[in-house]
Design a protein around this ligand. Structure first.
Ligand SMILES: Cc1ncc(COP(=O)(O)O)c(C=O)c1O
Length: 436
């Protein structure tokens, strides 16, 4: 269990805010994503406070981690900007009433339609990631008579200390222009175009990073690069350092409080301020883009235990009514989680079990070989730190409904995403008339 104070055990029950987990499961059904508003707010405030220690800057919520209108509203109310990566995410933040000027549009292959939508919404910044994109954006902005402010995704080619699948700044990465490759030529090209204003640099070195030294290495490399640009007469007004701060999933990971997350941003801010001073550069407007660290530990998924299969001395499976359709992270990255039987919370976790999902795939695992209380069919299982990249990566595989999301705020709990019905699952199905 992570270190949230809105998550605790009393008697034999797990509590989320003022609610027994079993009562939430009874009221809203399972599987159920439960998000904690207070925790999200605490982390947002801690990040914004840390950024004010740097000076001019912004914290942008990486909406891909958890994309709902309600959470976008919470982040906006706490002063955050938004990183969006699709027309769908742009639509979501606009509907949530977020200021388009505080939107950064990322993506290594934005479609023409998405570029048009970003221009129509008059967003703050396109984060350009390919020559195709910059040429298209330049043409469209020139035709519209309004140049667009752009950041350029630069690959600093540092090795982030994390898992391979979530590294994004290896030399062969699909993202960005390599710092020692074509980045300089691309930025010079942008600076010469009528339809584009070069505003600055974006980088994102990976995810689930605990070690600050990866960020410090990236700052050193990127400020050297800013110096090369400055020597060519090109000023970098904005430096966007991306996100990627690691969170607690299991006891192998450090337990961080919101204050400790903020310390990461403070450290990055200090490192940037020192580097630009030393290299005689203009101090940039600094942006950071955390996603997972804002919402990850705010989430708990509740399941009902169904089939139990024991292969004595080999493996015990506890199957739940969810699986890879609502949490594909084990299937994608062999991610690890910790869990608890919510109605046996104070009993010893003295069995090693694999929590399996209900999809027709052997790889449909929620948590592999974890310590757990003895579970019986009908118990409620809680899996922790599921707020990031679970709901946002969910699918209807096997025509399972994506579970609803409930937001808890102290003694209040309500849907922020309603349950899908069977009709929802077939809503876009058609049978052409010529088939009849
Ligand atoms: C460009 C960019 N910024 C920010 C993030 C957020 O990363 P995290 O959720 O690990 O903080 C990502 C994640 O993939 C990203 O690609």
């Amino acid at each position: 269990m992570n270190s949230r104070d809105t998550l605790f055990v009393s008697g034999n029950d797990l509590y989320i805010g003022s609610f027994k987990a079993v009562d939430l499961a009874k009221r809203f059904g399972t599987p159920l994503y439960v998000m904690d508003k207070k925790y999200i707010e605490e982390v947002c405030d801690a990040f914004v406070g840390a950024m004010s220690a740097y000076g001019d800057g912004a914290v942008a919520f990486a909406n891909k981690a958890f994309a709902t209108v309600a959470t976008a509203k919470i982040a906006a109310a706490h002063g955050l900007w938004f990183d969006v990566v699709s027309g769908g995410e742009l639509n979501l933040v606009l509907r949530a009433g977020c200021d388009p000027k505080k939107v950064l549009f990322h993506g290594n292959n934005k479609t023409e339609r998405e570029i048009d939508e970003g221009i129509a919404a008059d967003i703050g910044y396109f984060v350009v990631d390919s020559i195709n994109e910059l040429e298209l954006l330049d043409r469209k902005a020139t035709a519209a008579g309004k140049p667009r402010d752009v950041l350029v995704r630069v690959n600093p080619c540092v090795s982030a200390h994390t898992y391979e699948a979530v590294v994004t700044a290896a030399p062969q990465s699909k993202f960005g222009f390599a710092v020692d490759g074509d980045a300089l030529a691309v930025i010079k090209d942008i600076a010469s175009r009528k339809g584009l204003n070069y505003s600055g640099i974006h980088l994102h070195i990976g995810s689930q990073i605990y070690d600050h030294s990866s960020y410090f290495d990236a700052v050193d490399i990127i400020t050297d690069f800013m110096k090369r640009l400055a020597d060519e007469g090109i000023v970098t007004d904005i430096l966007d350092m991306g996100g990627g701060y690691g969170i607690y999933y299991t006891d192998k990971d450090p337990k961080f409080t919101p204050r400790r997350y903020a310390y990461t941003v403070e450290n990055i801010g200090k490192c940037v301020a020192e580097a630009v001073e030393k290299k005689a550069l203009k101090k940039p407007f600094l942006i950071v883009e955390p996603g997972r660290s804002i919402v990850g530990e705010a989430g708990v998924t509740l399941y009902t235990v169904g089939a139990i299969k024991d292969f004595p001395g080999i493996k015990k499976y506890v199957a739940v009514d969810g699986g890879m359709f609502e949490n594909p992270r084990y299937a994608l990255y062999e991610s690890e989680y910790s869990a608890m039987v919510a109605n046996r919370a104070s009993e010893p976790a003295d069995e090693i079990v694999t929590v399996a999902g209900k999809c027709c795939e052997s790889g449909d695992i929620v948590a592999k070989d974890i310590p757990l209380q003895h579970a019986e069919t009908g118990d409620i299982l809680a899996v922790f730190s599921t707020g990031a990249y679970n709901y946002s990566m969910a699918s209807n595989y096997n025509l399972n409904a994506v579970p609803p999301v409930v937001l808890v705020d102290g003694d209040k709990a309500d849907y922020i995403v309603r349950p899908q019905t069977y009709d929802d699952l077939l809503r876009n199905n058609e049978v052409p008339s010529w088939m009849n």
